[in-house]
Design a protein around this ligand. Structure first.
Ligand SMILES: [Zn+2]
Length: 259
């Protein structure tokens, strides 16, 4: 792989698509349910694995337990987006980043200003809906009471996130796959190459550069063309700084040519 500049790669990309994984939210202080320790603690506390509780079946048969879990393990983790998401928003604004594909439930990218986001598993803010009449409820409403009920129908409101055992909206996945197929550069943040999401979208990638940034080396890293290890926030921030200098230089160059 040798030495390379992330800023240079980003600068030279024609169609950059970004996949964000688990470590992105962990850097912002959100516990991931896949974390072994967290999973164990959850099993002790609820008597079920996170996968069992966070499922469509649990939601419909044991809504009270489901909502205890949803409030204490999901909604309680609401955090402000970190600098990495603001860096992505800046890249999008510069016209470099075309879109973000993610499964994180906290809308961190959009709250940091990213516009073009494919949030495959929904999020905790939008689309909290009554499964019967479709009425939409705010996140504040979702935090109230043991089980938030539809004011009209009296049935438990379905949170705006996809639960295990539910289908991800096919149209959304198709549009995200279409973006990946147009990309010449794929930026994978906070995930290894073997996660389900990365594997799913790699099938559609026909570009020539896969750039992987995550915390620790993984045996499948060789499947990426470029790897960087460390804090995603720091790596993106320094690349963005270098990139801004580059763009500024070019603008000066352009201006002097015109003058
Ligand atoms: Zn209703």
């Amino acid at each position: 792989m040798g030495h390379f500049s992330l800023a240079e790669i980003l600068h030279n990309s024609n169609y950059l698509v970004c996949l964000t994984g688990r470590e992105m939210i962990v850097e912002d202080g959100i516990d991931s349910m896949r974390d072994m320790k967290t999973a164990y603690e959850i099993e002790l506390k609820y008597g079920y694995s996170p996968e069992e509780v966070f499922s469509a079946q649990f939601f419909s048969t044991r809504s009270e337990q489901f909502y205890e879990f949803y409030r204490e393990e999901v909604l309680a983790q609401e955090k402000e987006p970190g600098k990495a998401y603001y860096a992505l928003a800046a890249l999008e604004e510069m016209g470099i980043l075309k879109c973000i594909i993610t499964r994180q439930l906290f809308n961190l990218d959009k709250r940091a200003g990213c516009q073009n986001v494919y949030n495959l598993h929904g999020n905790i803010y939008d689309n909290n809906h009554c499964p019967r009449c479709g009425r939409i409820y705010s996140i504040d409403y979702m935090k109230k009471g043991k089980v938030p009920l539809c004011e009209k129908c009296g049935v438990p409101i379905h949170p705006g996130v996809t639960l295990l055992g539910e289908m991800v909206e096919i149209g959304l996945t198709t549009r995200a796959a279409d973006e990946v197929s147009k990309a010449d550069t794929l930026l994978i943040l906070g995930s290894d190459m073997r996660t389900e999401m990365v594997q799913q979208f790699m099938k559609y990638f026909h570009g020539d550069k896969v750039v992987l940034i995550h915390g620790t080396p993984h045996y499948a890293d060789k499947e990426a063309d470029y790897c960087l290890y460390g804090k995603i926030t720091d790596i993106l921030a320094s690349a963005l700084k270098e990139l801004c200098e580059k763009v500024e230089d070019q603008q000066i160059l352009c201006n002097s040519h015109q003058g």
